[in-house]
Design a protein around this ligand. Structure first.
Ligand code: AMP
Length: 222
């Protein structure tokens, strides 16, 4: 089973990906995480990607595809969950070649739908502990003491691309460049739209059901 999860920034892709990984045996491939790792390790890809990410811009397709190719060069037979990729039609088309090469076609695209005001609160309010990576939100999941991690007392940080200004750029990029991939996958009949504006458990219920339905279909039980 191979799944793509897509949606605007703040739609909860990361949170749902974590849950999917806890329940289904898939390799998690998050291009956002891979870029952050490359930046931390100061690799060539990291050096090229940094300025785009900090401005809220998509990293160019050739840099992104080089990183994804590298990741799938050693792919095992196990299924995968792609999180935050593809983000352009060019990436979706290039990935189709990888799907064929590794004989692992995508069988489900989960499209997380959330209205814009909610996205803004989720993203601009997001804070992270640099030590234990716990995520907070100043509006709906604040730490006990402002700016301090409940677990280890570290000073919370905000991702450079989580400001309102960067978010506006990211949303425009999403509308112009990422939305078109839905049409591409809809032609294959594999897109499922999920209303992702509810609480985490409510959204998870829908995502879980969608995946279970697919598993049943693949095993010929209806
Ligand atoms: P994410 O953690 O998925 O929100 O990604 C953080 C940032 O990494 C994005 O705002 C982009 O700048 C960059 N990025 C992640 N995935 C891609 C991709 N598939 N194509 C281009 N840029 C990406």
């Amino acid at each position: 089973m191979n799944i793509l999860i897509t949606g605007a920034p703040g739609s909860g892709k990361g949170t749902m990906s974590k849950r999917i990984m806890e329940h289904f045996h898939l390799q998690h491939v998050s291009t956002g995480d891979l870029f952050r790792q490359n930046i931390k390790n100061n690799t060539e890809i990291g050096k090229k990607a940094r300025e785009y990410i900090e401005k809220g811009l998509l990293v160019p397709d050739d840099v992104t595809m080089a990183m994804v190719q590298q990741r799938f060069a050693s792919a095992s037979e196990q299924g995968f969950l792609m999180d935050g990729f593809p983000r352009t039609l060019v990436q979706a088309q290039a990935f189709e070649k990888i799907e064929v090469a590794i004989n692992q076609p995508v069988d489900l695209v989960i499209n997380m739908e959330v209205d814009r005001e909610l996205l803004s609160r989720r993203i601009v309010g997001r804070r992270m502990c640099p030590k234990c990576h716990r995520i907070y939100n100043i509006y709906n999941q604040p730490p006990k003491e402002e700016g301090i991690c409940d677990l280890d007392g570290a000073t919370l940080t905000q991702r450079a691309d989580d400001t309102q200004r960067a978010l506006n750029v990211r949303l425009k990029q999403y509308d112009d460049l990422t939305q078109p991939i839905l049409k591409f996958y809809a032609q294959r009949g594999i897109v499922r739209n999920i209303d992702a504006s509810g609480k985490v458990d409510e959204v998870w219920e829908k995502v879980w059901q969608t995946i279970v339905d697919l598993v049943k279909e693949q095993h010929g039980q209806n």
